[in-house]
Design a binder for this molecule. Structure first.
Ligand code: NAD
Ligand code: LMR
Length: 369
């Protein structure tokens, strides 16, 4: 029974994501916040015959413009249990996600500030790019307010996991001669959410719950051109969409699906009573704080596997177990010690890229308290 807020609800991701959330049995109230158009989107969705009550909210207008105007961000966030943020500008061809930082960091900071003030115990799911930097921004703002908990702040990297399953299934069918459906396949994807910081661990891929074997495994063997091409496609899948949309933005519909899948997992885990006999754990990949003091059990082991001293990373995407408190523990803290040599090289490149992205986010919060 949760009030869910979508910040950026009128956008390309926000609208289909809000539609999916309106269908969720876990959502009792859906508050749509954006700088434009939320009254219309909310009115439209409110006619759907599911239980969630839908409200639309806009920022407070100046006193000169409308002296009775309310603070829509505050209204939306008050009482929220989960806040999902696809607010901000998307890429156009030729841009990197990092090119979005200057605009989107400020937007994420404002929303995180609202969360700290009006919904300090809510789960906060960041979609706005560059995720590698905007999550440290959001976490930094919450920390400034003294309400940061690493288990509740998530960078949404689910689209990389979704793409990895889809593209790997296609390779297994085409090269491995194994008839698979995308939802038969699972590939852990770790690291961050941009280009070479995205590291699919194809050595750990499974098909229908079992490790990939036979001709499919040969197609995914290190050194094969198929594996290198598959890794590149997963890392740069976002570029395919940006190019195909030709100036019309980036992934929206697949992102709405991915964002909903992740949000639903967080809500479902929050709703499950924790008993020792509980069924299989609810797990998902997500970009979380793994630095000193992280409340995510196993985070220190992941950090140690990635580097030490100045080279140590404070944020990383790994499969986690979700529970009522959020990301309670890393699913398998030894995962990164069992990767192939090829994946270890990919991880080294990812760590270098991520370090700069994380520093950029942290410096932004320091300079803009
Ligand atoms: P969009 O331009 O279609 O929508 C963004 C929405 O944010 C707009 O409705 C806009 O009015 C709103 N907005 C702008 N400033 C705001 C503010 N201060 N407060 C609230 N809302 C505000 O863009 P989109 O295609 O929906 O993409 C949104 C973001 O998601 C981009 O940064 C994009 O790069 C990112 N994205 C991330 C992933 C991922 O895997 N994490 C995938 C796709 C896109
Ligand atoms: C994606 O992976 O599709 C998103 O991060 C959007 C983008 O800019 O590629």
């Amino acid at each position: 029974m949760t009030k869910v807020v979508v910040a950026g609800a009128a956008g390309g991701i926000g609208q289909p994501l809000s539609l999916l959330l309106k269908l969720s049995p876990y959502v009792t109230e859906l508050a749509l916040y954006d700088v434009v158009n939320t009254p219309g989107v909310a009115a439209d969705l409110s006619h759907i015959s599911t239980a969630a009550a839908v409200t639309g909210h806009l920022p407070k207008k100046s006193a000169a413009e409308d002296p009775t105007s309310e603070d829509g961000l505050k209204q939306a966030l008050t009482g929220a249990g989960l806040v999902i943020v696809p607010a901000g500008v998307p890429r156009k061809p030729g841009m990197t996600r990092d090119d979005l930082f200057n605009v989107n960091a400020g937007i994420v900071r404002t929303i995180a500030d609202g969360v700290a003030r009006h919904a300090p115990t809510a789960f906060l799911l960041i979609i706005s790019n560059p995720v590698n930097s905007t999550v440290p921004v959001a976490a930094g703002v919450l920390r400034q307010h003294g309400v940061f908990d690493a288990r509740r702040v998530f960078g949404v990297t689910t689209l990389d996991v979704v793409r990895a399953a889809t593209f790997t299934s296609s390779v297994l069918s085409r090269v491995g001669g194994q008839a698979t459906r995308p939802d038969d396949v699972a590939v852990p994807v770790v690291g961050g959410h941009s280009g070479e910081t995205i590291v699919p661990l194809l050595s750990q891929a499974t098909m229908r719950g079992a490790r990939v074997s036979g001709p499919g495994a040969q197609a995914l063997a290190p050194g094969t051109p198929e594996l290198a091409a598959l890794v590149k496609r997963i890392q740069f899948g976002g570029d395919e969409v940006v190019k195909a949309k030709n100036g019309g933005g980036s992934a929206t519909l697949s992102m709405a699906y991915a964002g909903y899948t992740f949000a639903e997992a967080v809500l479902r885990a929050a709703a499950v009573p924790q008993t020792p006999t509980a069924a299989a754990p609810i797990t998902a990949e997500t970009y979380v704080y793994i630095g000193p003091g992280s409340q995510v059990a196993g985070a220190a082991q992941v950090r140690a596997a990635l580097g030490s001293g100045d080279a140590a990373l404070d944020y990383f995407s790994v499969p986690v177990v979700l529970g009522p408190a959020g990301a309670t523990q890393v699913l398998d803290p030894t995962l990164l010690t069992r990767v192939s040599d090829y994946e270890r090289e990919l991880l080294q490149v990812a760590v270098k890229g991520l370090a700069g992205n994380i520093t950029k986010g942290l410096e932004f919060v320091e300079k803009n308290p």
